[in-house]
Ligand binder design. Structure first.
Ligand SMILES: CC(C)(COP(=O)(O)OP(=O)(O)OC[C@H]1O[C@@H](n2cnc3c(N)ncnc32)[C@H](O)[C@@H]1OP(=O)(O)O)[C@@H](O)C(=O)NCCC(=O)NCCS
Length: 180
């Protein structure tokens, strides 16, 4: 327990002087996560979600399932307020060496190194649990996210247009991955 906590708990001062904390996420974070995602979805064009799409109860179950499947939830706090999240979802079976990563940082906390800090924490965890490859999907217009992923060593695999009925709403999606 001590090791896990140390691996997944990072505290420091962001580039603008604000104090931050990265800690394991829990189902109790569901309300804050829904608020965060709704806020970012309302910015448009950044994430494949619409405001109000997920209820707090659904989110609570999603986090619980993610953790029970051996995945990772990280919660970012800035000055004691939830300001971001990062999740790593493993395949249907624990034997899968591939995992999907997703990240979101509140607008007011972007550009000060915290997205990178969240991703680095998740990548360290993924290496520790022997994930061989991290994969993600990003809208090709999301220059900031793509810049972060490239800076971390992710490479571009392919662009796909999912069916209009899917959660991705028929928009092109760039798939990137990092071999660990
Ligand atoms: C994408 C996101 C997580 C990045 O987090 P962030 O805290 O703003 O990023 P950081 O400040 O840690 O920047 C990390 C790196 O990203 C790159 N970057 C940042 N802003 C950039 C920009 N405007 N254009 C290109 N690259 C950029 C830089 O390489 C930077 O490297 P550095 O640490 O050497 O400065 C954040 O902007 C966000 O949550 N956006 C909305 C939700 C979203 O798009 N999620 C991803 C969906 S796939």
């Amino acid at each position: 327990v001590t090791t896990r906590t140390a691996l997944l708990r990072r505290e420091g001062t962001a580039r603008d002087g604000r104090a931050y904390l990265i800690r394991p996420g829990t189902p109790e974070d569901a309300e804050a996560m829904v608020a965060l995602r709704d806020e970012i979805a309302a910015e448009g064009e950044l994430i494949a979600a619409a405001p109000g799409e997920t209820s707090v109860i659904e989110e609570r179950l999603t986090i619980a399932r993610l953790l029970s499947e051996g995945g990772l939830a990280l919660t970012l706090e800035v000055e004691g307020e939830v300001a971001g999240q990062c999740m790593v979802r493993r395949g249907d079976d624990f034997a899968s060496d591939r995992a999907e990563i997703a990240i979101a940082v509140r607008n007011s906390a972007r550009g000060i190194g915290l997205g990178r800090a969240l991703m680095e924490t998740a990548i360290d965890w993924a290496r520790a649990v022997r994930v061989a490859r991290l994969v993600l999907g990003v809208f090709p217009s999301n220059a900031r996210a793509i810049g972060l992923y490239r800076a971390l060593g992710f490479t571009e695999d392919r662009v796909e247009r999912p069916p209009a009925s899917s959660v991705r709403r028929g928009r092109d999606l760039l798939f990137m991955s990092l071999q660990l």
